[in-house]
Design a binder for this molecule. Structure first.
Ligand SMILES: Cc1cc2nc3c(=O)[nH]c(=O)nc-3n(C[C@H](O)[C@H](O)[C@H](O)COP(=O)(O)OP(=O)(O)OC[C@H]3O[C@@H](n4cnc5c(N)ncnc54)[C@H](O)[C@@H]3O)c2cc1C
Length: 358
């Protein structure tokens, strides 16, 4: 791991760095000062110096959930801390609660800059199944807890034991337990307090008793003919295959995955909408609430496949806004606003934007 005890090498600085290839929308953006963060210990000195000079800063992982402006003034911290290792049994009280968690789980310590899908593949190679439903989500491990990434019936928060982060308010490293992270649907403590914590390492807990999770409709259909439980690798392959068919490859068409969150409404609102729109697509949520399929709402408003200049709504999935080449963040936001307005007029529902607008 890159958590060396000796004095760290200062983060490498590059001025005027182009970020077109570090954001999946493929937006032309230039970082005034880009710092290559390869060790957690680089952060205290760097942040102190930025604070003293009143230089604004932000953290960038893989750039798969951001909308970048043409110019990012101040400092952009490129999260590149690598390393992953299994925490030996008996040394597994990572969050300091006095409990040895290796009895039921295998604990993994992973650097925030590790590529998410590479981690999923690594866990399967090491016979540590559990994360397979989250295969092929772009981005870094450090960003995964920020919006509590989720797909095919699983959210990453379920597999997080604790998080090591630099708290920029108290200027100290902290270890946050799973409970302290306050994971919710596309939500966490980090999302609630943007800019406060810089995640440097994630400690995963992978249950030793593995259970296949194929209840999500598209996965259930994929395995409906098989009589035995699929393996984790088969689930991973199925998820990759479904995702590849459904979502645009950012290497070919710029996008940030789902552009809007699925809105959560009360049961009363849901019942009223359902009486007007019997085909309304929705999912159960916590008691007294219902999650509406934002993609369905957008599709019904006639946006699916629409193209305006360099931006558009993906033809196979209305939740995904795309950059056909040469679009700016403003172009994308203008289209997003038009969609929000129409959905609000027609259904009385406010769609929230998922990517982080820098
Ligand atoms: C094709 C496609 C499919 C996708 N599918 C899904 C999906 O199924 N489910 C899902 O949940 N998401 C999905 N996403 C969204 C995205 O992949 C995830 O949100 C991912 O976790 C973002 O990782 P990143 O490293 O690219 O973060 P970035 O986009 O670089 O950053 C996102 C936010 O996290 C902050 N951040 C990043 N790293 C750190 C850190 N170390 N410490 C503190 N803050 C940090 C940034 O400041 C920013 O606010 C998809 C995106 C694409 C392009």
């Amino acid at each position: 791991m890159n958590f060396a005890k000796s004095a760290p090498i200062p983060a490498k600085l590059t001025s005027d760095m182009r970020l077109k290839h570090r954001n999946t929308f493929g937006l032309e953006a230039v970082a005034e000062f880009a710092y290559d963060i390869t060790a957690a210990e680089q952060l205290p000195t760097l942040l102190k110096s930025l604070a003293e000079k009143k230089v604004p800063w932000r953290v960038l992982g893989g750039g798969s959930n951001v909308l970048l402006p043409a110019q990012l003034s101040g400092a952009t911290l490129l999260m590149n801390i690598l390393g992953q290792e299994i925490i030996p049994s008996g040394d597994s009280d990572a969050d300091g609660d006095g409990e040895d968690k290796n009895k039921e789980n295998t604990l993994l310590a992973v650097g925030a800059g590790v590529n998410w899908h590479a981690l999923v593949a690594w866990t399967l190679e090491h016979d540590l199944p559990g994360l397979e439903n989250l295969a092929l989500i772009p981005g870094t491990v450090g960003a995964a807890p920020i919006q509590n990434i989720g797909a095919y019936g699983v959210e990453v928060g379920q597999y997080i034991d604790s998080i090591k982060a630099f708290d920029t308010v108290h200027h100290a490293f902290v270890t946050l337990s799973q409970t302290a992270c306050q994971f919710g649907y596309r939500d966490s403590l980090f999302k609630q307090h943007p800019h406060r914590f810089i995640v440097t390492q994630v400690i995963f807990k992978i249950p030793q008793q593995w259970q296949a999770r194929t209840h999500y409709a598209e996965l259930a259909t994929q395995f409906s003919d098989s009589h035995s439980q699929p393996t984790a690798q088969q689930i991973c392959d199925a998820v990759c295959s479904i995702r590849t068919k459904k979502l645009p490859d950012p290497q070919i068409i710029g996008n940030a995955g789902s552009f809007f969150q699925n809105p959560i409404v009360t049961q009363a609102q849901y019942a009223s909408l359902l009486s007007q729109y019997p085909n309304l697509v929705s999912y159960p949520d916590k008691l007294g609430a219902r999650k509406l399929a934002a993609g369905w709402l957008i599709d019904q408003c006639g946006f699916k496949g629409l193209r305006i200049g360099a931006v558009g709504v993906y033809e196979k999935q209305a939740l995904v806004l795309v950059n056909y080449g040469g679009a700016s963040a403003v172009d994308i936001l203008n289209l997003a606003k038009a969609i929000q307005e129409k959905v609000r007029q027609q259904y009385g529902v406010q769609l929230a934007i998922e990517p982080n607008i820098f």
